[in-house]
Design a protein around this ligand. Structure first.
Ligand code: SAH
Ligand code: SF4
Ligand code: F3S
Length: 441
């Protein structure tokens, strides 16, 4: 009955949301829907939304307000809102954006076939934002954004309730996926030619096997590494509080585990960290960095930082700068604090004016840019193995690959190298990428 009907998904937000869109696509394809990259021919137009900062929300509401204009949508197209904003706003979306027909939270994607068929039968305002699904991990992605690299969910939700963050509300409580499900998904990915997997969870290192078959997160990494064909394993994001030396040990002893860690700092000031409810001090975080730096492998480190948290003084901001200098991050995502309804920090007084937040963000980003340039300069002349995973749209002989440290290297080579591991030598650099040449050519 759905044969030939087309769907289009636009995805906002983090890797988890991108992976969720892959799962949703898989479900819809199974139902007979066909994916399209052209929103104007879609019968089902879906927005998979993020709620992390106010800006993310505004963007979606402005898109929805002008849905015909933004997407050229057909008058008969059904409009669906998925993801974290759908979860947070629930049925109120139907009032705020009356063109929306379907609202589905991230715990309910396995129910999509039922929900979409209700829409097809003429029901309006179909909604499922329950967070107690026992089918949470059932939805294996049918379609993947890359044919070489795949995301694999190992945990959903978060119990930490950092005072600034909506995720525990939008994604619900922390739930780990059984280890044997994770392994069988990776086995199936490997048999289909995938060579790299990224294990996903909001606090990925807090993973515990609900079936008790695999003893801990690092053991899971070792088990994944034993799966034939898997050459690279990444994971994101570990929480600093649960970050122990066993992770460094696994990076050192298991070559498939990449030497790259994303360790969100948020602030370099212990006083600010306390108000953020981050559970670690500046010194404790530095201890974790110290054991990473002592490693035999050169582990690349990236982070997330928020500037302008309520009450953050100039001195506390400078503590973040000095921390960033001491650690020497390979890359960073930095954000102005955005007050989110429902979170503890929403009610905090001592709000930092927007202009001051922007100034701090700019200072931080310029500071980090210099550090990245210095770090990249040191790589010139060195050789790395890259997984070739992209080519320029304008010239298919301009390729892009990633090193184990997740650094992008652009170089010239034949398009047949896509999906292969090749050695490249770094010849030049920019703040966010490297230039190189194929070795042995
Ligand atoms: N689970 C990860 C973070 C996930 S959210 C962790 O524990 O660190 C991704 C990033 O968005 C956060 O690290 C934080 O830097 C940023 N972020 C979250 N809430 C925010 C807010 N209210 N304002 C600004 N940035 C925020
Ligand atoms: Fe949000 Fe904190 Fe959970 Fe990360 S650990 S998802 S920042 S509440
Ligand atoms: Fe991700 Fe945004 Fe949700 S960062 S978990 S999509 S609120």
């Amino acid at each position: 009955m759905n044969q030939g009907k087309k769907f289009f998904i636009e995805t906002f937000g983090c890797q988890m949301n991108h992976h969720d869109s892959e799962k949703v696509s898989g479900r819809l394809v199974k139902m007979g829907y066909v994916p399209t990259g052209n929103a104007s021919e879609a019968d089902l137009l879906l927005l998979n939304t993020c709620n992390i900062r106010e800006k993310a929300n505004q963007k979606v509401f402005s898109r929805l307000g002008a849905v015909r204009k933004t997407y050229g949508a057909k008058p008969t197209a059904k409009i669906g809102l998925l993801g974290c904003m759908a979860q947070m706003e629930g049925a109120s979306i139907f009032k705020k954006a009356p063109k929306v027909d379907l609202v589905v939270g991230s715990s309910s994607y396995s129910f999509l076939p039922e929900l979409v068929s209700r829409l097809e039968q003429g029901e309006r305002q179909v909604i499922d934002v329950s967070q107690d699904s026992d089918r949470l991990f059932e939805t294996e992605a049918g379609a993947r954004e890359s044919p070489y690299k795949a995301f694999v969910t190992i945990m959903e939700g978060c119990n930490r309730f950092c005072s600034f963050c909506v995720v525990p509300y939008t994604r619900g409580p922390e739930r780990s996926r059984p280890g044997r499900h994770v392994l069988s998904e990776v086995e199936s990915l490997s048999s289909r030619g995938f060579r790299e997997v990224t294990l996903l969870g909001q606090t990925v290192n807090s993973w515990r096997d609900p079936l008790g078959e695999i003893s801990c997160f690092t053991d899971l990494l070792r088990r994944v590494a034993r799966i034939e064909g898997i050459r690279r394993i990444r994971f994101t994001s570990p929480h600093p509080s649960d970050f122990q030396p066993d992770i460094v040990e696994v990076i050192e002893t298991v070559p498939e585990v990449c030497n790259q860690i994303h360790l969100p700092l948020q602030s370099g000031s212990t006083a600010v960290l306390q108000r953020m409810k981050r559970d670690y001090t500046r010194e404790q975080y530095l201890e974790k960095v110290a054991f990473l730096k002592r490693s035999k492998r050169d582990i690349a480190l990236s982070t997330d930082i928020i500037v302008g948290f309520p009450g953050e003084t100039q001195q506390q901001f400078e503590e973040t700068l000095s921390m960033v200098e001491t650690v020497g991050y390979d890359s960073m995502f930095s954000f102005k604090f955005s007050p989110r309804p429902g979170t503890e920090a929403f009610a905090f007084q001592d709000v930092i004016p927007e202009a001051e937040k922007s100034r701090r963000l700019q200072v931080l980003q310029q500071f980090q840019r210099k550090i990245q340039l210095e770090r990249h300069a040191r790589l010139v002349g060195k050789e790395f193995e890259v997984l070739v995973d992209g080519s320029s749209r304008r010239d298919s002989r301009v390729l892009a690959g990633r090193t184990t440290q997740n650094k992008i290297v652009n170089f010239s080579g034949p398009p047949e190298l896509l999906g292969r591991f090749v050695p490249v030598k770094v010849t030049d650099y920019a703040p966010n990428s490297l230039r190189g040449e194929l070795v042995g050519c």
